[in-house]
Design a binder for this molecule. Structure first.
Ligand code: ATP
Length: 199
């Protein structure tokens, strides 16, 4: 699996539609200070479902939408799509190529898609669990993040190892099953209360 392309439109400093294509080997993005290099990494974090605006270096989620310049009007929405080669089927989806996209309007309305079909954020999270790519993954190492990992709490560091070991999805499923069990127990208590009232 590898990143084939990133399509950006109206996201941060990228007003016009722009497509970055990546090929085998190493690709570097270079440019003067403030030209938008980090915004490319932010775009990838965002499309993978990042909800914490501070991680995207903004104050509110609408800050990711191109806010205009002296020469250009602000945009009405931000759009990012990433396409991954999945010919090794590391992502458990029946496609050799996977495109994940996210769009956000100024009204706050937003949509996620996987290969052109609308989906929930949850579906995107589940697609990337244990691949290292998800928003909690280690495929994007931001400035200062290595320091944070080294000096972080053991629990936080553990999350990184869980992801690398491929057990995050099982932990999530366990948490969901435990929640269901708790709900069922509460329902049983209620049923026995009703039964004793009827007796
Ligand atoms: P450096 O090399 O200094 O780290 P960089 O190339 O990584 O810089 P970025 O931090 O990616 O640059 O981009 C910063 C630029 O993006 C700033 O000029 C800022 O005004 C612009 N920018 C950020 N958000 C928006 C937005 N919503 N609308 C328009 N421009 C934006």
């Amino acid at each position: 699996m590898y990143l084939k392309s990133i399509e950006i439109q109206g996201f941060k400093s990228f007003a016009n539609k722009l497509v970055f294509e990546f090929h085998n080997g190493i690709t570097g993005i270079v440019g003067p200070n403030g030209s938008g290099k980090s915004n490319v990494a932010d775009a990838v974090r965002w499309v993978l479902g990042e909800q914490r605006i501070r991680q995207l270096r903004g104050a509110s989620m609408q800050d990711v939408i191109f806010s205009g310049t002296e020469l250009r009007k602000p945009q009405g929405f931000a759009y990012v799509a990433i396409t991954l080669d999945n010919s090794d089927h590391q992502l458990s989806i029946d496609y050799d190529e996977v495109t994940v996209s996210r769009r956000l309007y100024r009204s706050g309305e937003s949509e996620y898609m996987i290969n052109g079909s609308a989906c929930r954020l949850k579906d995107i999270n589940e697609l990337f669990y244990d691949t290292g790519i998800g928003k909690e993954g280690y495929s994007i190492i931001g400035q200062g993040q290595i320091d944070k990992i080294l000096s972080g709490k053991p629990d936080e560091r553990r999350e990184l190892f869980d992801e690398a070991a491929g057990i995050v999805k099982y932990k999530r499923r366990k948490a969901i099953a435990q929640k269901k069990l708790e709900d069922e127990k509460a329902s049983l208590v209620r049923v026995s209360d009703i039964l004793s009232e009827l007796e």
